[in-house]
Design a protein around this ligand. Structure first.
Ligand code: FMN
Ligand code: SF4
Length: 540
């Protein structure tokens, strides 16, 4: 890469370094998408041109997405942040003393953030799952171990399989993929199931709008997922695991592939896991990226090489899952929570949270929000705290109108419901869901009638077609909302939409059809004026 403006003469002689300067730049897809590779290359080029000893560690992301590409420079053992950095900023940073790693001089730079660990977005978090993400080289097993990695597996090897399941059960961990089903109960069912061959399947399809925590974790700390799945295998007696990933995640695919190879070479996967004489190994399977293939039964079909169509339950995957064998299927974040639980004990995890929502949730702030990113915190934080204080309101600077929580099947919450705590039951109590923890913000220019129509359209496009309420209902729903928007018999058509939603909610085979009514009905309930307004506009 040629960077013509970087010349040897730009670096003042008195800044020729006396030691190696340590820089850290994320290689997370979100950082790469806004130029992280180019920024890293510019620094490498500058260092080469000046014979400066520079070490650039490419990490995962810390999740402060509005600051990416985030540059961190280590000064006297403390990592100081600057961001967002563009290639054009590089010469100025060199002039400001970056390669001399002089914190005093750098503090005057416009992009200076100070010691990154002290950034309020990070100090307000409780990071149990994302504790290493953004800090270490994701493929360095040594770095993983140095920050507590594989302690969970170590303790696991001292427990019976039933003892491992008990730990997970007692932690109160619930599935982070959307359903919130207790993970320990699922594992116990597979543990107790008869069968020579059992499987562990990781659902890494991550199709929800506004979500990226699975991807960040697989790219930024892949050994954590490998460790969590290995513990699951030892708990239930499964020797083989699969990670089902979507093809839209090439960086995560590459990171996991490499990490699996490293773990295998280190004897942490394979016929004799960590010298335990017990086997567990992992493979990746890449899906084409259909939303419905995140639904566990459709995922299993796809994993078996068939069309991703939902299978009726029962039998549950715990009894008859992949290739008809007892199977644990969990989300990336569910598996990734397990090493902490095993290393620190169930109580240490269960001490966080509220009600029946125990531990922490990696919440993803997205959409029209000023400070979007990953925010891991104990359950209980209110929606208003998340979007107003932590997220800083909208990126557009306009008032927040609605927040959709839980992906495309989640409800739209108006400001009147911003006191809802992040808790499975609290959201259900207000006709919503927290799903995979995606929080998507809309400002006052959003038209909720359009959003309601979009919910039906999305369902129509993504429907697997197996059952009538979803396959036909979603198309009829989109048409009917279109009629309301066009001012055609709005009262009758609104009643028809409510009736249709009821049919879909109770008559659909899976949650794609069954939960599409949530965004539709919440838009109708909380923003009725938008449906009337579009009618009036149509009449004019
Ligand atoms: C349409 C649809 C899409 C889903 N997509 C995902 C997904 O991308 N990732 C995921 O973990 N769970 C997804 N789920 C939930 C899974 O069916 C299942 O509940 C989950 O993988 C179980 O893991 P957990 O208990 O760890 O949450 C989806 C469900 C539905 C109905
Ligand atoms: S609700 Fe939709 S996606 Fe689910 S089984 Fe029925 S047709 Fe398929």
């Amino acid at each position: 890469m040629t960077i013509p403006f970087l010349k040897r003469s730009r670096i003042p002689a008195d800044e020729q370094p006396r030691r190696t300067v340590q820089l850290f730049i994320s290689k997370d897809a979100a950082a790469v998408g806004v130029g992280a590779h180019a920024v890293a290359a510019a620094f490498a080029h500058a260092a080469a041109a000046s014979a400066i000893s520079l070490q650039i560690t490419r990490t995962g992301s810390r999740g402060l997405m509005w600051l990416e590409p985030l540059l961190e420079v280590e000064v006297a053992g403390v990592r100081h942040g600057l961001g967002p950095i563009a290639v054009e900023d590089v010469p100025g940073l060199l002039d400001a003393g970056l390669l001399g790693a002089d914190a005093g001089k750098l503090a005057n730079h416009a992009k200076w953030l100070g010691p990154i660990d002290k950034h309020p977005y990070l100090t307000r978090q409780t990071r149990l799952t994302f504790v290493r993400c953004g800090i270490t080289d994701p493929l360095s097993l040594d770095a993983y171990r140095a920050l507590g990695g594989y302690k969970g597996l170590e303790r696991t090897l001292s427990l019976t399989s039933a003892g491992i399941v008990d730990e997970v059960n007692n932690s109160g961990l619930r599935g982070r993929g959307g359903g919130g089903f207790p993970t320990g109960i699922k594992w116990k069912a597979v543990h107790d199931a008869a069968g020579e061959q059992k499987y562990i399947v990781c659902n890494a399809d991550e199709g929800d709008s506004g979500t990226f925590a699975d991807r960040m974790l697989m790219e930024g700390d892949p050994f954590l997922l490998i460790e969590g799945m290995t513990i699951a295998g030892l708990a239930v007696g499964a020797t083989k695991g699969f990670v089902y990933l979507r093809s839209e995640y090439p960086h995560a695919i590459a990171a996991l592939k490499s990490a699996i190879a490293v773990a295998r070479k280190a004897g942490l996967l394979g016929p004799d896991v960590a010298g335990s004489k017990r086997a567990f190994d992992l493979d990746l399977r890449i899906g084409a990226g259909a939303y419905v293939c995140g639904e566990e039964m459709a995922l299993l079909e796809s994993l078996e090489g068939k069309r991703g169509i939902v299978r009726a339950k029962p039998p549950l995957p715990a009894h008859k899952g992949l290739f008809g064998r007892p199977t644990v299927i969990n989300n990336v974040l569910s598996f990734a929570a397990v090493p902490f639980i095993l290393a620190e004990g169930a109580k240490a995890y269960a001490d966080y949270g509220m009600g029946r929502s125990r531990g922490t949730m990696p919440i993803q702030l997205a959409g029209n929000i000023k400070h979007g990113g990953l925010f891991e915190t104990a359950f209980g934080v209110t929606l208003g705290e998340l979007v107003d204080n932590i997220g800083g309101g909208t990126a557009s600077g306009r008032p927040i109108k609605a927040v959709q929580v839980g992906g495309p099947l989640g409800a739209y919450f108006p400001r009147a419901l911003f006191d809802t705590p992040f808790d499975y039951e609290a959201f259900v109590g207000r006709d919503g869901l927290i799903g995979h923890g995606g929080v998507v913000v809309f400002d006052d220019t959003a038209d909720m009638a359009r959003q309601a129509r979009f919910a039906f359209e999305f369902c129509a496009i993504e429907s697997c077609g197996k059952c009538t309420p979803c396959r036909i209902g979603s198309t009829r729903g989109a048409e009917t909302i279109g009629k309301i928007m066009a001012g055609e018999g709005p009262d009758d058509h609104l009643a028809l939409v409510a009736d249709l939603c009821n049919t879909m909610k109770f008559g659909s085979l899976c949650a794609l059809g069954g939960f599409t009514p949530y965004p539709v009905m919440s838009a109708l309930t909380h923003f009725p004026e938008d449906f009337r307004r579009t009618c009036l506009e149509a009449a004019e």
